[in-house]
Ligand binder design. Structure first.
Ligand SMILES: [Zn+2]
Length: 306
């Protein structure tokens, strides 16, 4: 597998540099190849989340010791990157997730700039494949004027995930703090209309790309296994949410997961397979483009960046 990495200090990164004590490089594009697939991760920016959004349900004493060992502060806001995966394969231009678009957070919504940096116009995208329906993955399908960004693309989402967000009753059941998420998702699914189709777990949704259920973060969250002969790359989306706790303690419950026990089960299953098969993985919120491998360490795992 060949790996090239390009850093492009985008306007957003320049803004970030002035907003934080230490400037941070933005990985606008990290590229690997798999057979005749060209796989590029593109930065949409980064999220800003209160620490409790992740850490609140975890065993606090053990967590404190774990974070202290890594020089991390328990209360510091989390700033996870958002890395979309672009696959150019034969005549297809496939985007995994659509980013946040305008109006979710100021620090995200860079996708169209990142696409331009690798020479792709949104109109060139033939397929947009969703891991799940959260804002940082779905909302980027609409632009400032509520027009479809990927106007020529087929949009594809797992059947269970689509059913959840397309159900008008979800707004009433999802919990007060997530109502804007449900309203925003429903509006986008309405706008997509016939441009959206659904698929099932295990289906080969496109040549060399199979859907793999990894439910829990959301009711129908999907990962995707890209194959070329014996080599594979797993696009895990938000089934593995960070490069520290999620690997070392996959059984701990994450505040950001909808069904925490089910998400922990999915996470452990993926990590086990990725470590066993030494398969390359791409995580949406993992650092420096999100590409790496998984190795066992003690009772848990460790992320090995590419
Ligand atoms: Zn996410």
């Amino acid at each position: 597998m060949n790996i090239t990495r390009r850093t492009i200090l985008s306007s957003a990164a320049a803004g970030l540099a002035s907003a934080m004590l230490a400037p941070r490089m933005a990985w606008a594009a990290t590229e690997i190849t798999l057979g005749d697939m060209r796989i590029t991760t593109l930065s949409d920016g980064y999220l800003t989340q209160p620490a409790d959004f992740m850490f609140a349900p975890m065993p606090q004493d053990e967590l404190a010791a774990f974070l202290a060992e890594r020089g991390m502060e328990r209360e510091a806001p989390l700033l996870p990157e958002c890395n979309l995966t672009l696959v150019r394969h034969e005549d297809r231009v496939i985007l995994f997730d659509a980013g946040s678009g305008p109006g979710f957070m100021d620090s995200v919504g860079d996708l169209t700039n990142a696409l331009a940096a690798v020479g792709v116009d949104p109109g060139d995208v033939t397929h947009v494949v969703f891991t799940h329906g959260h804002a940082d993955h779905l909302w980027g399908v609409l632009d400032d004027f509520d027009d479809l960004v990927f106007a020529n693309a087929r949009h594809m989402m797992g059947r269970e995930e689509h059913a959840f967000w397309a159900d008008p009753a979800t707004v009433d059941t999802i919990g007060e703090d997530r109502v804007p998420m449900a309203v925003g998702a429903l509006r986008r699914l309405d706008a997509l209309g016939d441009a959206m189709e659904v698929f099932a777990d295990g289906e080969e949704i496109l040549p060399g790309i199979a859907a793999r259920a990894s439910f829990g973060h959301t009711p129908g969250h999907m990962s995707f296994e890209l194959r070329a002969g014996n080599a594979g790359v797993m696009v895990v989306g938000d089934a593995i949410l960070n490069d520290h706790v999620a690997f070392a303690h996959p059984d701990w419950h994450f505040g950001a997961d909808g069904d925490r026990a089910l998400a922990a089960q999915s996470r452990a299953g993926l990590l086990d397979q990725l470590a066993h098969e030494q398969m390359t993985m791409i995580g949406f919120h993992l650092p420096n483009g999100g590409i790496g491998r998984v190795e066992r360490q003690g009772e848990g795992f460790v992320f090995v960046p590419a």
